[in-house]
Design a protein around this ligand. Structure first.
Ligand code: SF4
Length: 363
């Protein structure tokens, strides 16, 4: 028996009809909605995490042209996969996706497992992605609860638990298990997501247009703007960085590959270092290049731009300098690359911006 009193009061059958009926009539035509292929649904769900639908559409289409099947992604060159993801951010998503897809190719003969435990054991597949793929592609009555769905259900059922706490997800999963339309879990879950995206939006829900207004406890009580409860995490760690775009006499530019793990792993970047407070950036960068790369460099006196990049828990403030080197020294993870080839490498957004600025200076 459900504990939430709004859940006890709701007319489940009518709620399902109103929600799924609205979805069938109003749903947006999105490329992955034309698919039942679990691999494609899976890729779309990974792309959509933390990223807007409009941004994802062209990436999804290009990715599917390049890697249309489990096998093609499993056997793809890692750099090509990173390049296809460039600009979407949160790169661990695509690294985990490719590892997981390799496992699907090797262990499951290329068929995405429909067993919950098997699918959830794959790298990067959490309860949300698991529920979304299993319900949308395989029609299984699994909850797919993300921040959107928690917002919508916290309002419909007046759930006051703090959605920033990981343990709260279980409360919502229970609610979905109770409410889900077993005849068509795919449409039910997608309808909840669509309602969150189009109607029951974070700051100004369009209650007057809402297909489930009659079932919504928060609307009845007039508290829809107070829900969901979400405590804020502080994310004000700032790191000041000096970055250097260095040109050799033959016109090539020095880039380096980031480490195998950690933030933005395996992406390319311009040499850079964290600048301690009060230090002279040019002097620090010159001695860094000497000790880390064995190169004596000349750095122009003024920084050419500064770039701020905000991650979830961290902000980079990057001072960008340009300079030259007379003698090229190669290291394991570095490359001197002709300027016209720089854009064929996968860079994080902040370093794409650096290159865009420096390239523009030459024109
Ligand atoms: Fe959200 Fe308003 Fe609809 Fe309730 S009535 S589900 S608060 S849009």
């Amino acid at each position: 028996m459900p504990e939430n009193s709004a859940l006890q009061n709701i007319n489940t059958k009518k709620f399902q009809q109103d929600l799924v009926g609205w979805y069938e009539a109003e749903k947006r035509d999105l490329p992955w909605r034309r698919e039942r292929d679990p691999y494609k649904i899976w890729v779309s769900e990974i792309m959509l995490q933390q990223t807007r639908v409009d941004t994802v559409i062209p990436y999804f289409n290009r990715f599917m042209e390049q890697f249309p099947t489990v096998e093609s992604l499993a056997s793809a060159d890692e750099d090509a996969v990173m390049k296809a993801w460039e600009g979407l951010g949160y790169y661990s998503r695509v690294r985990n996706l490719q590892s997981a897809v390799k496992e699907v190719a090797e262990r499951y003969g290329g068929t995405v497992p429909s067993d919950r435990n098997e699918f959830l054991s794959l790298k990067g597949v959490g309860p949300y992605t698991g529920g979304a793929v299993l319900s949308i592609a395989y029609g299984l009555p699994e909850p797919a609860v993300d921040g959107n769905v928690m917002r919508v259900l916290s309002r419909i059922l007046t759930i006051w638990d703090d959605i920033a706490k990981p343990s709260t997800r279980k409360v919502f999963e229970e609610a979905v298990r109770h409410l889900i339309y077993k005849e068509d879990p795919s449409s039910f879950n997608q309808a909840l997501m669509e309602l969150g995206a189009m109607i029951c939006t974070p700051s100004s829900p369009s209650c007057l247009l809402c297909p489930v207004q009659n079932h919504c406890q928060a609307f009845e009580e007039g508290v829809q703007r107070e829900l969901p409860v979400k405590t804020r995490k502080k994310s004000d760690k700032k790191v000041r960085i000096g970055a250097l775009v260095l040109q050799a006499p033959d016109g090539t530019v020095l880039i380096e590959k980031r480490p195998e793990s950690g933030l933005l792993a395996k992406l390319w970047q311009f040499p850079n270092m964290e600048l301690p407070v009060g230090i002279n950036p040019r002097g620090a960068l010159a001695s860094y290049m000497e000790t880390e790369y064995g190169m004596t460099v000349q750095i122009n006196p003024e920084k050419v731009t500064d770039i701020t990049h905000v991650f979830t828990h961290l902000t980079w403030e990057i001072d960008v300098y340009v300079g030259t080197v007379d003698v090229k020294v190669q290291k394991d993870r570095t490359a001197f690359v002709p300027a016209h080839e720089i854009e064929t490498y996968a860079f994080p957004v902040s370093h794409q911006k650096i290159w865009k600025h420096v390239k523009g200076m030459d024109q």
